[in-house]
Ligand binder design. Structure first.
Ligand SMILES: *Cc1c(COP(=O)(O)O)cnc(C)c1O
Length: 401
């Protein structure tokens, strides 16, 4: 019942993902946002032209600076993450790198060690060459984070759910530490998505996403997003975005917008399928450990209960047979595909020790929390019984050969 005396309730996330798409008000009143596939915009008046160049919200002049389809995506994401504004990028890495450079120029970045591979390389190799010093710490060790931040840090960088261990960051505690040291907290929220976590509400200053994953959700687009708690920081990042040039293409923005409209429904199925697989794998004798924040006994179960609204569709597990068994298992799935990435409709598996992390020796693998027989799984949208049958067949094949 609606109480006349209360302020109108804001719609729930599932409703907002469906309805918060707006691209101005084209005369034809399309239900879906149009794709403004144009590089430039024409003006009758030179003053109007100049005004449109002024800022991220001042109109459209040239699509590297802004585009109506991309602006619609930015508004949708700012709404879902409860931010003041957002910027869309050509990829998740463009969002991560541009945002870090905008807020950490000449400063010091403290980041969790087990972050996404591209981000790790950016922090470890690229930013130091550009005059931004970086320090990688165990994000679970709040005392270590505190000590690192005391070294005059300007940014603390973490991921909501880190892979492959699916450790969940204690965002309220980390935001408190960052702010006490005058640093800003940037959170990569790719694996949780705004459906499962809104980091700004836990004190973060900036949220970044690889829109390639759950936001797009169909394995058909590469994109990135950054959402800002304040307009000033959005403005600073926009100024760098237009000079570095990692802007989103209108068609890519449109594909992510289309994905967003089913985000809540998809996350429910991804999470349910991951849960079915986690239970199934936990009961198999050749599986020594399953990593998924929804399982009792996961090291982050308590943090997950406070920070997440659900456990997500990404999980990993260790096979007792080590490197050979892991490799054979990912080569033996029939329905799932062996591929990098996550968040698409199809289930994906990978064996880091023989693919993405093959350069690491045993000690380095162990330090990264990656077992020899570890397999990462992005649970898709298939029927859970078909998925469990596929994994049962692959584990049998790995044990037989
Ligand atoms: C994929 C990914 C990225 C990089 O995104 P791209 O769209 O591939 O550039 C960054 N962070 C996380 C957690 C990711 O999974």
């Amino acid at each position: 019942m609606v109480d006349d005396h209360e302020a109108p309730q804001r719609s729930r996330l599932a409703t907002r993902t469906v309805h918060n798409v707006s691209v101005g008000a084209p005369a034809e009143r399309p239900a879906a946002p149009p794709i403004y596939q144009t590089s430039t915009f024409a003006f009758a008046d030179a003053d109007d032209f100049t005004a449109a160049l002024a800022g991220p919200d001042d109109g459209f002049a040239y699509s590297r600076l802004g585009n109506p389809t991309t602006a619609a995506l930015e508004r949708s994401c700012a709404d879902l993450e409860d931010g003041a504004g957002a910027l869309a990028f050509a990829s998740g890495m463009a969002a991560v790198s541009t945002t870090l450079m905008a807020v950490a120029a000449g400063g010091h970045v403290v980041a969790q060690r087990d972050c996404y591979g591209g981000t790790y390389h950016l922090l470890d190799r690229v930013l130091p060459r550009l005059g931004i010093s970086t320090q990688l710490v165990d994000g679970d060790d709040l005392a270590a984070v505190d000590a690192a931040l005391a070294g005059d840090a300007s940014v603390l960088y973490v991921e909501t759910i880190a892979n492959p261990t699916m450790r969940v960051a204690d965002l309220p505690a980390l935001a408190g530490l960052a702010h006490r040291h005058g640093a800003r907290l940037i959170v990569d929220n790719t694996v949780a998505s705004p459906i499962l976590c809104r980091p700004l509400a836990h004190g973060a200053d900036i949220v970044v996403h690889s829109a390639t994953k759950y936001l797009g959700g169909h394995s058909d687009v590469v994109g990135g997003l950054a959402v800002f708690a304040d307009d000033e920081t959005q403005r600073a990042a926009w100024e760098l975005l237009i000079d570095l040039g990692g802007c989103a293409d209108p068609l890519a923005s449109w594909l992510v917008l289309r994905g967003l409209r089913t985000l809540e429904l998809r996350l429910q199925r991804h999470s349910a399928n991951a849960g079915a697989l986690a239970d199934f794998l936990s009961a198999r004798p050749e599986v020594t450990r399953v990593y998924w924040p929804g399982l009792d006994g996961h090291p982050s179960a308590e943090v997950a209960a406070r920070v997440l609204d659900g456990p997500s569709g990404f999980l990993s597990f260790d096979l007792a047979g080590g490197r050979e068994a892991g490799r054979r298992a990912v080569e033996s799935v029939r329905l799932a595909a062996q591929a990098p990435s996550l968040g698409g409709p199809e289930t994906l598996v990978s064996h880091p020790a023989s693919t993405t992390h093959r350069q690491l020796d045993d000690a380095a693998l162990a330090a990264a929390g990656i077992g020899q027989g570890m397999i990462r799984v992005s649970a898709g949208l298939e029927h859970p019984d078909d998925l469990m049958a596929d994994f049962a067949g692959a584990l049998d094949a790995a044990a037989d050969s």
